[in-house]
Design a protein around this ligand. Sequence first.
Ligand SMILES: C[S@@+](CC[C@H](N)C(=O)[O-])C[C@H]1O[C@@H](n2cnc3c(N)ncnc32)[C@H](O)[C@@H]1O
Length: 298
Amino acid sequence: MLSRPLSAVCEGRLLGREGRVALIGCGPGDPELLTLKALRCIRAADVLIIDRLVNPAIAGHARPGAERICLAKTLDAPAAITRLLLRHARAGKAVARLKGGDPLIFGRAGEELAALTAAGIAVEVIPGITAAQACAARIGLPLTLRRRVRHFTIATGAGATGGPDLPAALLAREGGASAIYMGVGAAGMLRRKLLAAGCRRDTPVVIVENGTLASERAVATTLEELADCVRALGISAPAVIFLGLAWDRAGLPRPEGIGVFRRQSAFGQARARGPLAPRPAELAGAHPSLRKRSWSVP
Ligand SMILES: C[S@@+](CC[C@H](N)C(=O)[O-])C[C@H]1O[C@@H](n2cnc3c(N)ncnc32)[C@H](O)[C@@H]1O
């Protein structure tokens, strides 16, 4: 399929006037997490087509005169984006398609790759650091543990149609952990589905919002408290919810300053009182990066 390596294309060694497309993973936000190959392709591009979550500083590496097209988030955009890619590639342009994280993880790169390949356009995928890797690294949270966490799943909390669509039974399997992307908007639904699938109420949860950016926040809680935590702290996308991972499981202390969210009520009492109303909560500690934004708990 990818018969003509675009790394060569990016260097201008290939294809003459033929257009070509690089689907580039730009990482989770911190521009320093860009790969050298991604940087080289961005600098060589005639046109940049840029996803919403890509840090504008990354597009700033484009050469003067390169056209920049910033995309808005809409559910029906993929077909329009593909047409845009095809139009510029067929006009003989070197197109850099900038995507957040890794382009092959919830990045719809597959659809673009298929359309470009079918049209005979030279295309290459440049991998990027996915949000789960970067967020875990920021807070020193191991994603696998010898003998204890033997499988790690990346799942989405949003279905293809925009609704919550979680493989809950898979995530509840023993000996595993997971990172749930696009889940904070449906935290209540996630919690219910995971509990129904057999996850323990005290399963550790760690949420990282705006990972690697100046506005990063991280908090530790439990599955029982997930929805309360998201609501009380006003956590919003982009955020990764880690399930089944905790520092103590890896023999590590929780990094100084990472917040812990817990309601004051016990699990059973909370349920007995009915729907989750705002309640006093404790927030212990504050990661240095968290101090940049205050957390108000109703
Ligand atoms: C459409 S998916 C794209 C994922 C991307 N391709 C990747 O590999 O990270 C968007 C989701 O990725 C996660 N995400 C992306 N950037 C993030 C960040 N800086 N911090 C936390 N989560 C992030 C969030 O769950 C967000 O809703």
